[in-house]
Write a protein that binds this ligand. Structure first.
Ligand code: BMA
Length: 319
């Protein structure tokens, strides 16, 4: 097979016609940007914790809710989680949450990036209602970002995917904990691929999605160019019970910044997924992403199509 001659791929992901679904001009209070949301189904609604950047350049998280996950978003008049000035790790804002429901604890876990003077760290907060949060502090040393727990225990352990920067290298790592406090068995999970579209940085997008074939991973890959970075979106599959094993990693990105709202904004050329839901009735996979570090957008696909796409990807040699 000639690797340069491809069938034109099916458009697996479709952008929602009403994009951007949330933007600063529709916010109930003054802000610069509303992007990179954590997303979950809660009380029969789609609930987002949206990263809101204020005009000092610090971010906090505010709730937005919608009955159908697409339209009529109701944004709270006040933030849900603001940086605590008494905490060393929250000096310069809280950002980019990922949310999972932990059945055995009967509460939601929110992993988010908090900014200390020593750089970004991954912090954890627990909540039942998205109004009251119990902070559990930073999980691992800086510099670390793009973290989510798996939505269930695996062999009795909490499992975290995150993205430390070590020796200037930005690969996706996996770590394990018996109690959400002590972390170990750290391992590179998905490395940046030299020369490829995801050569300079990779980072987890939304929390892993459990499917019969494995954990579906949606991640961002970065290439630096003469006019800035391009943040595109790739997929991979992990083994269900041994999630440190990559079953598949697709060669090609599944979407990237093409539309004006993805190319024009505070950081042009960024599609940055952070939230996902699956509509149980229609099997629709909904991927919520920040566009150009300015607005929140939605892309949808059939979950089975995406799993099939992923499972048909070659073992790229990085498995
Ligand atoms: C990453 C994070 C994201 C941001 C992205 C693109 O490093 O800081 O919050 O959306 O860069 O600027």
């Amino acid at each position: 097979m000639n690797p340069y001659i491809h069938q034109k791929p099916a458009n697996h992901f479709k952008r929602y016609d009403g994009n951007p679904i949330l933007s600063p001009d529709r916010w109930p209070y003054a802000c610069n940007s509303t992007f990179n949301p954590g997303v979950i189904e809660h009380n029969g609604e789609t609930l987002m914790l949206v990263r809101v950047e204020d005009m000092r350049g610090f971010s906090h998280l505010t709730r937005a809710r919608s009955k159908d996950g697409k339209t009529n978003w109701v944004v709270d008049d006040e933030p849900a989680l603001v940086p605590d000035p008494g905490l060393d790790e929250e000096q310069f804002g809280v950002e980019d949450p990922r949310i999972v429901w932990l059945e055995e604890r009967q509460e939601y876990a929110v992993t988010y990036v908090s900014f200390s003077q020593d750089g970004p760290v991954v912090s954890l907060a627990m909540t039942k209602d998205f109004q009251n949060f119990r902070r559990c502090g930073p999980l691992l040393p800086p510099e670390d970002k793009d973290a989510s727990l798996f939505p269930r225990l695996i062999n009795g352990h909490y499992v975290l995917i995150h993205r430390p920067i070590i020796r200037g290298e930005a690969h996706i790592w996996i770590s394990f904990s018996p109690d959400l406090t002590f972390w170990g068995k750290h391992k590179i999970l998905i490395p940046a691929r030299q020369g490829w579209w995801d050569c300079h940085r990779v980072g987890l997008g939304p929390p892993p999605v459990e499917t019969p074939e494995g954990w579906l991973i949606i991640y961002h890959g970065v290439r630096y160019t003469a006019s800035g970075s391009l943040y595109r979106v790739g997929i991979a599959m992990l083994d269900l019970e041994e999630p440190w094993k990559i079953l598949r990693r697709c060669d090609e990105w599944v979407f990237g910044p093409h539309r004006p709202y993805e190319r024009v904004g505070d950081v042009p050329g960024v599609t940055f997924p952070t939230g996902v839901t699956v509509d149980k009735q229609t099997n629709e996979l909904r991927v919520y992403y920040g566009a150009a570090d300015t607005t929140t957008c939605l892309a949808t696909a059939d979950l089975d199509d995406i799993v099939e796409l992923a499972m048909n990807c070659p073992d790229s040699g990085y498995v």
